[in-house]
Ligand binder design. Sequence first.
Ligand SMILES: Cc1ncc(COP(=O)(O)O)c(C=O)c1O
Length: 376
Amino acid sequence: MTILSNGHLWKYSEFIVNKNYSFKKEQIFKSLSKKEIDDAYSKIKKWKGYSPTPLVNLNKLSKELNLKNIFYKDESKRFDLKSFKALGGAYAVEKISKGNKDIIVSTATAGNHGRSVAWGAKRLGLKCKIFISEFVSDARGQAMVNLGAEVIKVKGNYENSLIECIKQSTKNGWQIVQDVAWDNYLSVPKYTMAGYSVMMKEIVDQLNNNEITHIILQAGVGGMAGALIAGIARYLRCIPITIVVEPDSAACVLESIRSGKIEKIDIKRESLMGGMSCGEVSLVPWEILKNSVKYCISLPDDDIATTMKFLGNGSFSNKKIIAGENSAPGVISLIASCEDQKIKKELNLNSNSNVLVIGCEGDTDKEMYKKLVNQI
Ligand SMILES: Cc1ncc(COP(=O)(O)O)c(C=O)c1O
């Protein structure tokens, strides 16, 4: 019996087509320019400890799904931070500090972005203040303390922690390094996206002339998806089919693509995919995503733990991969799409397909990782 024919059904909730799809490189570069993308790569590649994260071939899974290749970008190996987020916040800290050692940086975070800012501040010898909501686990808070940051816990949700961060930073003259854009706060989120786009440069170098036909991108506020699409515009000649995946409880990109304008989601239940549990797409990525994402898909949490387990025990590839909760949805949406004949046909998934999925993180929360993979 094969892994996928053991009776397990891989679920998706919704699948939509973007009626405004039109991939225009020049339009994308208006939001994140070639120069911003190139600057980020030329700076980050010089960081101590930098090396490209692996591009793993999920050879067993592609055989079962009858696809040519499935490439998995394994961000569990990104510096010591085990997440692509390390590229964004830390790069933004470097950009705004401009070599000045006296500034204090601050941010609000659900975990991984703050870790990147704290790590970036430590790299440059800067003081750092991190605001977290009461829902952020102690383990995630402690990880930032270990990087030398002062961690301030705020009552309420992420939004409350951001409000408090802005209030205290304005009062004390701290420099806010946020990955989310708002009116008149666009440069720093752009720096974080420029940092993330380094992943696409590495992927292109690792592909050995294989042409990507499909890319599946997770979205929270859309920064990573927007950055990688800008990376596609910068580095690829053939434009792959672009698919955004989100938790069904927080499908803010899907809802915005459906209506053609930014829609705010009232999150009623926090997804296991914590980094993606965001109610509103950020302004800078939205300008990229609104026309250049072709399809959106949303998922329940049901298959997260199974997928983490299968990635971890070598069921999908010769290599065992440590994949956190936010790494699973690319693989889940691919399997679910292949099992649904209508979607498979619409996406043109077949034996010539080279699909790229992003393994955003490793076991960034070790306890959670153990709990999830052991429950299967
Ligand atoms: C750990 C983590 N945080 C956040 C996100 C979402 O990124 P963004 O908020 O930039 O869309 C992801 C991936 O989708 C992730 O893996």
